[in-house]
Design a protein around this ligand. Structure first.
Ligand code: SF4
Ligand code: SF4
Length: 147
């Protein structure tokens, strides 16, 4: 497990610039239930969307697409949309007083963001899409059945 960084005083001052820019990515291990129904229900409840990221390694699984699906909280205005390939937007869980989720329930990428000068991300998108690689069919199915 990656090192985790609870919000600091710097976060209170900046009022969640990261959360207003883009939602952090989930890893599969963040979800208690990885069934199609459970993920679809998250999507339809406006809590999550399927994003896409190009894997930077040209040698990875050359027989398949390098465009990898992954899960993250929905962005405001896109709630209920299963597939949201856009990059950037305010996370649906962001409030004036911070994140509505408990620290334990936040996506791995949110917990791996170290507050400070420049706020260092310790969980890169490359690692995120590699973790979702074995679950591409699950996300494709959720995308299909969620409309
Ligand atoms: S991690 Fe950085 S950008 Fe995000 S709320 Fe904290 S200080 Fe602001
Ligand atoms: S889940 Fe919480 S910490 Fe993560 S981007 Fe959304 S508001 Fe920010």
């Amino acid at each position: 497990m990656k090192q985790q960084f609870p919000p600091s005083g710097e976060c209170a001052s900046c009022k969640g610039q990261c959360c207003r820019t883009s939602a952090g990515a989930y890893l599969p291990e963040d979800l208690r239930d990885l069934s199609v129904t459970a993920v679809k229900n998250m999507v339809l409840a406006g809590k999550a969307s399927i994003g896409v990221w190009e894997h930077p390694d040209e040698t990875i699984q050359p027989w398949t697409s390098r465009w990898m699906l992954y899960l993250r909280p929905a962005h405001k205005g896109m709630e209920g949309q299963a597939y949201d390939p856009s990059w950037g937007g305010a996370c649906v869980h962001h409030t004036e007083t911070g994140c509505a989720l408990s620290f334990e329930d936040r996506p791995s990428q949110c917990r791996a963001l170290e507050p400070g000068c420049g706020c260092k991300q310790h969980l890169e998108m490359r690692e995120v899409v590699e973790a979702w690689l074995p679950r591409q069919n699950l996300l494709k199915l959720v995308k299909k059945v969620s409309g």
